[in-house]
Design a protein around this ligand. Structure first.
Ligand SMILES: Nc1ncnc2c1ncn2[C@@H]1O[C@H](COP(=O)(O)OP(=O)(O)O)[C@@H](O)[C@H]1O
Ligand SMILES: [Mg+2]
Length: 579
């Protein structure tokens, strides 16, 4: 997107609705400009009437006016700023909301592709800069240019020759400040990248803190942390320095300008072309113009930073899902629950060899089918294709004869429960984690599935039982306990299709044999696909597929496969029998 497009987008989507508030802020900016000009102007009558003509009434009236002018300026400035601060924060909230809305619905692939830290960077730093772009930039454009105009009017009123001279000098001052803007834009983009990298890195440190301890890599990580933080510091420092670099240049230029002005106005006064009262009012106006000129000249810094941030954030919001519903997609009408893979090819990444190659599976409705194979063979991938967490490249998956790619995704997922290989829980209570499958579930329902999944025994030992917060990703539970909770969650969904991806891998043999009964109950008369690693599960299955290197290389029952499939026999001897 080019900058004009970004601005249009920001205006149409986020700023237009606040146009009333912005207008009000502009109104107060007019008052700021008016009162500032009045302050400069008042020096003229003050010097003339009070100091030169010694007027007895005006000696009271003019100071009162000065108080009024300053108060008016202060209050208007306050309101103009407060209004724009609120607009900026509102815009920030809206951008964040839009971004999260996209991300919550985003394809699994999109989330896989970027580190969490990057997303957090967009949500915090980048959105903050967009806030600045809206609040600071809009406010300053109006406030400062109006104030400058007001002051120029006073300057021209007092002496047009001097005013022309000042006008010639203004671009000089702004040119210097402006050249710094570009530099800042570049450095701040670099700083954002460093900040993103730091986020990413910090998340990793917290996730892997046990690994760091075991491999005794504290020193190594300390060095990396220092490096990461230092790089960010250097960029931040650079930005700050470029910002303040504007000051000495501007001060020197102002000095030169005032010197020229005094020289020239001295000549005018000597020639009786300028009164001393006019000179002081003019000088006040010119010095008051310093702030708006400087602010306008450096405005492009804020604008560039904001635009660069918007350029990072808007594409995230606009990200298009590949897995979408099409016009004419039907509600899935599940009857028997037969699932069929027809010549399914799949790849996570176009540049890599295919992950699944022409896979054909036939899962009979109401029965249990299992996938067996070495790790990395593609079993989880096959399972994830059914709820359309990923979409196949070619081929088709049919449920009761209807292609899942021609049904509404919500109607498809409604029928599916998945217990995945890496159990994930929310930082919430045990109850909420189970109820996630069905927000309307009653306490009885929850207790029932907790009992069935043998979760109750450990839940009752937790300090607040069902109301215990189990921490980010359930860190306060063991692997087996987490798995039992996720099985309880799947049971609560009570769906027709059940996908179990090594759902009991972290359980000991005893708990597993107990829970096996529960799983049998859960999967009774349901179409079940299990990725199995234990003989008991495999023997339980109505059909077994042997998967190797993304292809099906054998199918049948255990006894048949032992006889017919060399790979299965091998696998059975090495992997299955030992547990
Ligand atoms: N999200 C992903 N992005 C890219 N490649 C992946 C992803 N998940 C798995 N893979 C790759 O796909 C292959 C099959 O993985 P997977 O289906 O998880 O195997 P299994 O469950 O049989 O152990 C592996 O080579 C793995 O590296
Ligand atoms: Mg797997």
């Amino acid at each position: 997107m080019n900058n004009i497009d970004v601005l249009k987008r920001l205006y149409n989507d986020y700023t237009k609705k606040f146009i009333g508030k912005i207008s009000l802020s502009v109104f107060f900016s007019v008052l700021v400009a008016g009162s500032t000009a009045l302050i400069a102007y008042l020096l003229d009558p003050a010097i003339k009437k009070i100091f030169m003509e010694k007027d007895q009434t005006l000696i009271l009236i003019i100071p009162i006016f000065i108080i009024i002018a300053f108060t008016a300026k202060g209050l208007s400035l306050y309101f103009a700023k407060v209004i724009m601060i609120s607009v900026g924060e509102e815009v920030k909230k809206d951008v964040q909301t839009d971004m999260m809305r996209t991300l919550i619905k985003a394809d699994t692939q999109i989330i896989d592709d970027k580190h969490t830290g990057k997303f957090i960077g967009h949500l915090t730093n980048d959105v903050g800069m967009i806030n600045n772009l809206i609040s600071v930039a809009i406010l300053n454009i109006f406030k400062d240019s109006l104030t400058l105009i007001g002051l120029l009017i006073v300057m021209f009123y007092q002496n047009w020759k001097l005013a022309l001279l000042a006008i010639i000098m203004i671009p000089l001052a702004s040119a210097a400040a402006k050249s710094l803007g570009k530099r800042i834009g570049k450095v701040s983009t670099e700083a954002m990248e460093k900040a993103g990298a730091l986020h990413t890195y910090l998340i990793e440190i917290f996730k892997n803190h046990k690994i760091i301890k075991i491999f005794q890599r504290e020193d190594y990580e300390k060095v990396r942390t220092e490096k990461s933080i230092k790089e960010l510091m250097e960029k931040s420092k650079k930005i700050a320095v470029v910002f303040v670099r504007a000051s000495p240049i501007m001060e020197t230029l102002t000095g030169i300008m005032i010197a020229i002005l005094i020289y020239y106005s001295g000549k005018l006064i000597i020639n009786n072309e300028l009164g001393i009262n006019n000179f002081f009012s003019f000088l006040a106006a010119m010095m008051l113009a310093y702030q708006p000129v400087r602010s306008l000249a450096t405005l492009n810094i804020t604008v560039n930073q904001g635009l660069a941030a918007a350029n990072r954030v808007l594409p995230v919001i606009d990200q298009k899902n590949k897995i979408i519903e099409n016009e004419g997609d039907k509600l899935l009408n599940l009857t028997k629950g037969n699932i069929k893979f027809v010549n399914v090819d799949f790849n996570y990444n176009v540049n890599q060899p295919e992950t699944l190659k022409s896979v054909n599976l036939n899962l009979s409705g109401g029965q249990m089918t299992s996938l067996v194979g070495h790790s990395g063979a593609g079993k989880s991938t096959m399972l994830n294709l059914i709820p359309r967490l990923y979409d196949r490249i070619s081929g088709d998956i049919l449920i009761d004869g209807t292609s899942i790619y021609k049904t509404k995704i919500s109607s498809l997922r409604k029928y599916i429960s998945l217990v995945s290989q890496d159990t994930t829980l929310f930082d919430d209570t045990v109850r909420s984690n189970i109820a996630y499958a069905n927000l309307d579930a009653t306490d009885e329902d929850i207790v029932k599935v907790a009992k069935l999944s043998f979760s109750e025994e450990f839940i009752n030992k937790l300090p607040n039982k069902y109301d215990t917060i189990i921490g980010e990703n359930g860190v306060r539970l063991s692997g087996g306990e987490k798995q039992r909770l996720s099985i309880a969650r799947a049971m609560l969904k009570n769906s027709k299709i059940i996908l179990l991806d090594e759902a009991t891998s972290s359980l000991d043999a005893e708990t597993e044999s107990k829970i096996q009964k529960a799983i049998n109950l859960l999967t009774k008369d349901r179409t079940t696909l299990v990725i199995a690693h234990r003989l008991s599960t495999i023997l339980n299955s109505d059909k077994i597929y042997v998967i190797d290197n993304g292809s099906v290389i054998g199918e049948g029952k255990h006894e048949e496969l032992i006889k017919n499939s060399e790979v299965y026999k091998n696998f059975y001897e090495k992997q299955i029998r030992k547990n």
